[in-house]
Design a protein around this ligand. Structure first.
Ligand SMILES: Nc1ncnc2c1ncn2[C@@H]1O[C@H](COP(=O)(O)OP(=O)(O)OP(=O)(O)O)[C@@H](O)[C@H]1O
Ligand SMILES: [Mg+2]
Length: 299
């Protein structure tokens, strides 16, 4: 099922052709190779993460900054949920709030039906690959490290670390050091480290923003492959429309500051070959129009 929710009342500027967009989204899948997430929405499953009318603010000595205004969305198990919007629209703030570091001034976040009241190992952020692995520890040591810090016994940490590393296809690299890994392998290691903690949801905040185009593409494909292999729930933040369309099974489009929901739409999943195709470009263009109106542009 493909669905698009229209913009909330009073938030319709620049988004006028829902019908046309719906048609594009309802075209048959263009490629195979990237499976879509299970259609949990249709089955009426409980959302893993629910944002209900969430307004997030920062209070500084001089200002009150409203980062998001009455944002609602549901994230279901196994989704690749992308939060897309221009710089300053509150994407990182939403992740901070899901992680429990920031409380909404209005509305609520729930995780598996329970209110989010603070941080917990059930929601983990995977940071950019090059600033997170400890260079003096082996791959195994890196994956064990947060578990040991959280009071898991050495034996259990090692067992869980080896399991997670096998899942991400790094079973043969447990004894090597991060500098000996490719960028993609570092990403796998970082995800294994998070997965070993058995979180409900993994979050990534613009992890590829600083990478060159080729490396970025490689990392995106690695991430999709990994998701195909192990099906975790991913919340991915980006301000790149192309990246959102490539990576997302569902995309939340936020308006510029303060972030409000402009639309939520399904992406059919575009494998590498299909990214030069018409359907891909049409979808990118449509989202671009939604965000920027006549001005176009993808960022
Ligand atoms: N610690 C803070 N104190 C005050 N204002 C903040 C703070 N962090 C963010 N903001 C403001 O909140 C708004 C949303 O910021 P946020 O970082 O969530 O945006 P973003 O969508 O992640 O942007 P980007 O794409 O540039 O990372 C912005 O106006 C920003 O200036
Ligand atoms: Mg940000």
């Amino acid at each position: 099922m493909l669905a698009i929710e229209g913009p909330p009342a009073g938030n319709a500027d620049g988004y006028t052709d829902t019908e046309q967009l719906t048609q594009i989204m309802q075209q048959p899948r263009v490629v195979t190779g990237i499976s879509t997430a299970p259609d949990a929405q249709a089955s009426g499953a409980t959302p893993l993460v629910r944002a209900h009318g969430v307004t997030l603010q920062y209070k500084t000595p001089d200002h009150l900054v409203t980062a998001t205004y009455r944002v609602s969305f549901d994230i279901f198990p196994g989704e690749r949920y992308v939060i897309l919007g221009p710089s300053g629209c509150g994407k990182s703030t939403i992740l901070k709030a899901i992680a429990g570091f920031l409380k909404p001034v209005e509305g609520s976040f729930t995780l598996k039906g329970k209110p989010v009241t603070g941080p917990g190992p059930d929601r983990l952020m995977v940071f950019q690959e090059f600033d997170q692995l400890l260079p003096w520890k082996t791959v195994l040591g890196n994956v064990m490290f947060p578990m040991l810090e959280n009071g898991v016994s050495r034996a259990d940490s090692e067992r869980r670390a080896r399991e997670a590393l096998t899942k991400v296809n790094l079973g043969d690299f447990v004894d090597v050091y991060p500098h000996m890994l490719s960028g993609g392998m570092k990403q796998r290691c970082a995800i294994a480290r998070a997965m070993a903690m058995k979180p409900d949801v993994l979050m990534m905040d613009e992890p590829y923003a600083a990478l060159d185009a080729l490396t970025r593409r490689k990392m995106q494909d690695e991430l999709l492959q990994l998701w195909n292999d192990i099906r975790f729930t991913l919340v991915f933040v980006t301000h790149s429309i192309e990246e959102a369309v490539i990576l997302g099974s569902r995309i939340l489009v936020l308006s510029p500051h303060p972030g409000q929901v402009r639309a939520e739409l399904n992406s059919p999943g575009f494998a590498y070959d299909a990214r030069s195709g018409a359907a891909f470009h049409e979808l990118v263009q449509k989202i671009s129009f939604m965000l920027f109106g006549d001005r176009g542009g993808s960022h």
